[in-house]
Design a protein around this ligand. Structure first.
Ligand SMILES: *Cc1c(COP(=O)(O)O)cnc(C)c1O
Length: 432
């Protein structure tokens, strides 16, 4: 199976974190997100260990919480001694409510309003990752008004295109995020920040890849960043305390996705980075990485019940489930691949080609195309979409006034509700 928290019993039943999914469906109803807490913790520990080995004891992984954000996730991150990356006042509020120490929070976003900035400062967010010049002035002004000093990192665009795997000098310079080295704006914002009151420049940040399966993107951005830091030292004498290499390690959604080791990749990045720092005679800064997807994606699956099975002779077949783009918009948004199975029919031949679709009134409400399921698929069967722990719950909507799904956590053989199922009252709670 695509992840080792999945297995199949001799009589063809799928187990997730050792649990039979029918039991969970009977207890909690479908549709349902199921998450494997032990797997989330294992991934946190994998990053902690590998990063300390690669970059030294003060290295810190920051969980990019936009991948999956609710109170219990932040409690787990607190217990695992992770930092977090947050991108909105809503995420900051949720982390705060969960008792997360916000001095370990890094606040991203390309467009923070004055209210957002003030709110984050009032909550005691440790670091702002500043996107652009306008923002650093706003942060400085509001920090002065509030009588505090705000630590900031500058988001630098290193000019790397992660998709072509080629250094394209202009590639990604036109990104919505960050200040580009190539245009001179990165150096400019660095100098301006160093001269500003009420902000302390803690270091630099970059984030270029996503669904990355090797060390390449990280090594290339580390190189560009070290060269930039050397340039900054030459021009200003400033040395950063922190360097954040961003997130992006990939997960296996389908069997054809590559198998690789995050630990080995991080060790490789560590060797390269140390070599680069030696070459430029720079002290190794404190290193951060910001994994989101790779912490939570394969710790999750979505469990549905099959409804209508429609066969259109000579054309195609549809298998409909009691959820869809409202709980997983990723296929509709960018054609994301997923593995779809019938958890109680794992030993049956899969020779029924179909599209697995949702319940929303929208032709684009498709969970996956070109799926092969057992031909016996019928109303009432359980259907699971695997690897939905990242960017599913966090991207869910109320389209068609469909209720958002609950999140059931599995930990050490037990199960508990982390996010309860919504009610119709929740749905109209804001309607006047
Ligand atoms: C989205 C994001 C991440 C996490 O990326 P993953 O691909 O989920 O690991 C990290 N850092 C920043 C700045 C991001 O925007």
């Amino acid at each position: 199976m695509i992840c080792n928290n999945l297995s199949v019993t001799p009589d063809g039943r799928l187990l997730f974190a050792g649990r039979d999914l029918r039991d969970l469906a009977d207890q909690y109803g479908t549709a349902l997100y199921v998450m494997d807490e032990d797997r989330i913790r294992l991934m946190c520990r994998t990053y902690q260990k590998a990063m300390k080995e690669a970059f030294g004891e003060n290295a810190l992984p920051l969980y990019a919480s936009k991948a999956c954000s609710f109170k219990q996730i932040y409690r787990i991150m607190k217990e695992e001694k992770m930092g977090i990356d947050v991108v909105s006042p809503g995420e900051i509020y949720t982390a705060k409510e969960a008792g997360f120490d916000l001095s370990l929070a890094y606040y991203h976003s390309n467009n923070k309003s004055d209210e957002d900035i003030r709110f984050a400062m009032e909550c005691g967010v440790g670091y702002f990752v500043v996107d652009n010049e306008e923002e650093v002035y706003a942060v400085s002004r509001i920090a002065w008004e509030m009588g505090l000093n705000q630590k900031v990192l500058l988001r630098i665009t290193p000019g790397i295109d992660p998709h072509t795997y080629e250094e394209v000098a202009t590639g990604k310079v036109d990104s919505k995020f960050g200040s580009a080295i190539e245009t001179g704006q990165a150096m400019e914002i660095t100098k301006k920040t160093l001269a500003l009151q009420n902000v302390t420049l803690a270091g630099f940040h970059c984030h270029v890849g996503s669904q990355v399966f090797d060390s390449d993107v990280f090594i290339r951005s580390a190189r560009v960043m070290v060269e930039f830091i050397a340039e900054v030292r030459k021009e200003t004498g400033y040395l950063p305390f922190e360097l954040d290499l961003g997130g992006g390690y990939g997960v296996r959604y389908v069997e054809t996705d590559p198998v690789y080791s995050i630990e080995e990749s991080i060790l490789e990045v560590g060797r390269e980075l140390k070599e680069m720092c030696r070459l430029y005679d720079l002290p190794l800064p404190q290193i951060h990485m910001e994994p989101g997807r790779s912490i939570v994606a394969d710790a999750g699956l979505t469990l549905y019940t099959v409804g209508t099975v429609k066969r259109i002779p000579g054309y195609k077949n549809y298998v409909s489930v009691n959820g869809g783009m409202s709980d997983n918009p990723r296929f509709a948004l960018y054609g994301s691949q997923y593995t779809v199975v019938l958890p109680e029919k794992m030993k049956e031949d899969c020779d029924f080609p179909c599209s697995v679709v949702g319940r929303c009134c929208e032709s684009g409400d498709i969970l996956q195309e070109n799926v092969q399921l057992p031909a016996s698929v019928t109303r009432g069967d359980l259907l699971a979409v695997l690897t939905t722990g990242a960017y599913n719950y966090s991207m869910a909507s109320h389209y068609n006034r469909v209720l958002k799904l609950p999140v059931i956590m599995l930990a050490a053989g037990k199960d508990y509700v982390a996010v309860r199922r919504e009610t119709f009252e929740d749905l109209t709670a804001c309607d006047l």
